[in-house]
Each structure stands twice: as structure tokens, then as C-alpha cells.
Design a protein around this ligand. Structure first.
Ligand code: MSP
Length: 468
């Protein structure tokens, strides 16, 4: 099969926070796609990392009693460690404090300036540090940011503005013509609707923030953290050994719905301004609540992916997160959900079938069965290509459940006495079913898939998911 190149990204997460189940969700989904592509022979560049500049980070460093650079170094390491525990096989971990990136961001700003797309203006507004942006009047609820429940701070400063409004018509056209794809469809329509209402210019520098990349030609200002962060997708392709953005822009930016506007509007406009190609697709996934409530530190319901993976295993966690609700929708998740998926889907349905089939193959001396896994991915291919992780997993489990039904109905232990030919046919059919399930499951649960193949190859039944 011809080797295609695929470039996939996650957001770069704020170094002020620790990795949590929400950021794990996005990163696991990107990892599944990256593994799926690699599995079919593509060359993949999978980028993730940390967003390390700005007021929010500086404040968090101060609270921790550390210098910003010491603080971000430790925080970035936490992400690296957690992604390792969750089996995330990224190609590069990106940090915005990389001096090479800082230089590229400055060059980016300089090019915009040279094109007269940057203007200095006085700006007054209400700034939310949690969001790292100015909020408009209609976004503020009871005097507070609805997401962070904090009062935005009145700020008035002279900033450099990127003339985003000039790109409104071009953006609308790019989205309408399919040059810039946004999924799910409902999100695309929301973005288009908002664009049609108007588009304001956006400030891309801060005079009040010290912890940032100096604005070219004006030491009194630093570059706005979002401008800096979005460029990571571009600069990574020039810093690391991969295909430059100019030749192959991102195939997909996976983001949460909270940051779609930055990715679907500001980022493409920045690229248009420099005549750079647009990302092919931006996929905005939903948010999940925990036991029906928004996850928040004050509620004490923030799920820790490391604790959960210690208890149930990283792969059951990956499985349960992607299985529970469609990727583009909001949903709910909790430890109880994970436990149920572990006991029922993994231990009973998958583990049990594997155990039963292998034990019987040995007991009735069926011998080694040549298996055919060709085409086993075809069941999940179209689902994976359209980000329907849940549906891919439902299909795999429909087949496993069917396997258990076949065994219960055909009763190989009786066939062993009456019809050996049929016994062989039934057990080899189930053996094939399991090999194919393992193959299809590999992007989601790579180690489990390997272990299933191992047990099948050596006819060595071992419990896959011990009772918790
Ligand atoms: N630093 C910016 C992104 C810059 S990208 C150029 C940022 N960082 S963040 O740490 O706040 O991460 C936000 C992302 O975390 C969301 O877009 C989403 O991917 C993920 N999630 C955070 N909470 C989540 C849920 N409750 N549910 C699902 N995803 C969640 O924004």
C-alpha cells in the first residue's frame, strides 16, 4: 500500500494545569487515529505538547513559589509522564518555550507587520485570565466569566492588533467551499453563523504580561499567548524532522469545543495572511461531565487518569472513554462507568470468549488454526475515518457478543461427542473472530491486542482482565 503522510495534532495544554481526564480524552483520541494510520502503513507525525507562556502560567508559577521557566519545565514533564502511562505514542512533545519556536513566532509577527496587517491601538475591556482573552459584555454572567466563575479584570492598554476582520469573507468562502473543513457539522454551522454576524480585529500583544515572547520591535509588549500557541502547529514542522507545513499542513487538528473559534477562525486567518496552506480539518469534540456535573476542582470531582489507570489499567480507560459517547457530542463519565465497562465488556465479553475458545481448542485437540485477519479492519475503517470511535467499538463488541452466543448455542462440549467436523468449524470460526477483533482493537488497546494475538498463537489461555 502506498505510504501516505498524515499530520495530526492535539491542543498544547496549559502548563499551569496538571494533565486530567479531559486533556487525556483528547490525547487518547488523537493517539487512536495515529495508531490506526500507522497500522495501515501511513507515515504519521503526531504532535502534542504544552502551552507555556502568558499571565495564567506566570501566576501559577508564582503560587508554586517557582520561576516561570522552572515551573513550566516541571509541568511539561508531568504531561510527558502521564501520556506515557496512557500509552500515548506521539511523535513530538512540543513546548512553546523552545527558543526555535520563539524565533518563528517573532518572524510570523514581523511578516504580518510587513503586510500591514498589524496596527497599534488602545484597548479597554474585561479580561479573563482563565480564558486568556477579553470577554465581550454578553459573555459575562452575573459579573463573572461563566467558565471560570471569576470576575474578569478591567484592563486598558495599548496593544498590537491583527486585522482579523479583513479575512471574514475569505473565511466564510473557505468554509463554504470545503477548503477549510470543520466537524461536526453542527459546530461548522455555529462557526459560520457567528462569522456572518461579524468579525472583530484581535489583539495579539500584551503590555501587562512579562512572561511571553517579546513583540518584535517593541520590548514593552509580549506576544499574546494564543497567537504564540497556535503557531506551534506550524513551527513544529520546521523544528522537527517532518514535512514542512508549506508542503503538508495538518490533516486534522483535534480540539475541544471550547477552543474551536481560535482554531477555526483566528488560526486559518493567520495562515491566509501569510499565504500558507490551511489545515484540512478541525474536529471539535464534546465535553464530558462527571456524574452529571461539570468537572471542577471546587466540586472535587476531577477524575485523575493516572489513578484510574492504576486501578483498571490504561487500556480499559482508553476503551471506556471512547466507547461511552460519540466523539463530537457531550457526554458523561465516571468511575462507575469505567468499572461497568471493565466488568461487562472487557472481562465478561472479550476476556471470557478468548478464554473459552482457547481452553476448548486445547481440550478437544483442534491443533493450530491458520487464521485470516485480512479485511478485519474493514468493519471499523469507515467509523475511524469519520471519528466515530464509539461506533467502531460497538461493532467490535457486537461481534464478540455474537461469539459468546454461538458457543452457548452450538455447545462445543456436546459437538465433541457427536460431530467433530462441526466442532472444528465452530472453534476455528471463533478463533478467527478473536484474531480479527484484536486487529481492529489494536489502535484503541495496543497491548491488549498484542496479548490476544500471543495467546491465540501459543494457545495459551490467561485471564485478560482479572476481576477487580
Ligand atoms: N492552551 C490552550 C490550547 C492551545 S492550542 C494551540 C488550552 N489548553 S487547556 O489546557 O485548557 O486544554 C483545553 C483542552 O482540554 C480542550 O480543548 C479539550 O481538548 C480538553 N478538555 C478539557 N476539559 C475537558 C472536558 N471536561 N471534556 C473533554 N475535553 C476536555 O486551551
Amino acid at each position: 500500500m502506498a505510504k501516505n503522510f498524515k499530520y495530526i495534532t492535539t491542543p498544547i495544554y496549559y502548563a499551569s494545569g496538571n494533565p486530567h481526564i479531559g486533556t487525556a480524552y483528547t490525547t487518547i483520541a488523537a493517539d487512536v487515529l495515529a495508531r490506526y494510520w500507522r497500522g495501515r502503513g501511513d507515515k504519521v507525525f503526531f504532535l502534542t505538547g504544552t502551552d507555556e507562556h502568558g499571565a495564567k502560567i506566570a501566576q501559577a508559577a508564582e503560587r508554586a513559589g517557582k520561576s516561570p521557566s522552572e515551573f513550566v519545565g516541571e509541568q511539561a514533564q508531568k504531561y510527558v509522564d502521564v501520556w506515557k502511562k496512557l500509552d500515548i505514542d506521539y511523535s513530538q512533545f512540543f513546548r512553546t518555550t523552545d527558543p526555535k519556536h520563539e524565533k518563528i513566532v517573532q518572524e510570523f509577527a514581523t511578516k504580518l507587520k510587513n503586510q500591514k496587517l498589524i496596527e497599534k491601538r488602545q484597548y479597554s475591556g474585561l479580561y479573563c485570565v482563565g480564558c486568556e482573552r477579553y470577554l465581550s459584555e454578553d459573555e459575562i454572567v452575573d459579573g463573572k466569566c461563566p467558565d471560570h466563575k471569576t470576575k474578569p479584570v478591567a484592563q486598558s492598554e495599548e496593544n498590537y492588533f491583527f486585522l482579523l476582520s479583513k479575512f471574514r469573507d475569505k473565511l466564510i468562502k473557505a468554509i463554504e467551499d470545503g477548503d477549510l473543513n470543520i466537524l461536526p457539522e453542527t459546530r461548522r454551522n455555529e462557526v459560520l453563523g457567528k462569522l456572518r454576524q461579524g468579525l472583530d480585529d484581535v489583539s495579539i500583544s500584551r503590555s501587562s504580561v512579562k512572561w511571553g515572547i517579546p513583540f518584535p520591535g517593541d520590548q514593552s509588549q509580549t506576544i499574546y499567548v494564543w497567537f504564540d500557541a497556535l503557531i506551534n502547529y506550524y513551527s513544529a514542522t520546521h523544528i522537527y524532522d517532518t514535512v514542512p507545513w508549506e508542503d503538508h499542513p495538518a490533516d486534522v487538528h483535534i480540539v475541544g469545543k471550547d477552543i474551536l473559534w481560535f482554531h477555526a477562525i483566528i488560526w486559518p486567518a493567520m495562515l491566509m495572511a501569510l499565504h500558507l496552506p490551511l489545515p484540512k480539518l478541525i474536529f471539535a469534540h464534546g465535553f464530558f461531565t462527571v456524574d452529571g456535573e461539570k468537572m471542577s476542582r471546587s466540586r472535587g470531582n476531577v477524575l485523575d487518569p493516572v489513578a484510574l489507570s492504576k486501578k483498571y489499567g490504561a487500556e480499559p480507560l482508553r476503551y471506556a472513554l471512547l466507547r461511552e459517547f460519540p466523539f463530537g457530542s457531550d457526554g458523561d463519565f465516571s468511575e462507575a462507568t469505567l468499572k461497568l465497562r471493565y466488568d461487562r465488556d472487557l472481562a465478561n465479553e472479550l476476556g471470557n470468549l478468548l478464554q473459552r475458545v482457547l481452553v476448548m481448542i486445547q481440550k478437544y485437540d483442534i491443533g493450530v488454526i491458520p487464521t485470516n485477519v485480512e479485511g478485519s479492519l474493514s468493519v471499523v475503517r469507515s467509523d475511524l475515518e469519520s471519528f466515530r470511535f464509539d461506533s467502531a467499538l460497538v461493532q467490535i463488541w457486537d461481534s464478540l457478543r455474537q461469539g459468546n452466543v454461538v458457543i452457548d448455542k452450538e455447545k462445543p462440549w456436546e459437538l465433541a461427542k457427536t460431530d467433530r467436523e462441526k466442532l472444528i468449524k465452530i472453534l476455528s470460526g471463533e478463533y478467527d473472530r478473536l484474531s480479527q477483533a484484536a486487529e481492529a482493537l489494536a489502535p484503541f488497546m495496543p497491548e491488549t491486542a498484542k496479548e490476544i494475538h500471543r495467546q491465540l498463537t501459543y494457545l495459551d489461555p490467561q485471564p485478560l482482565f482479572p476481576k477487580k
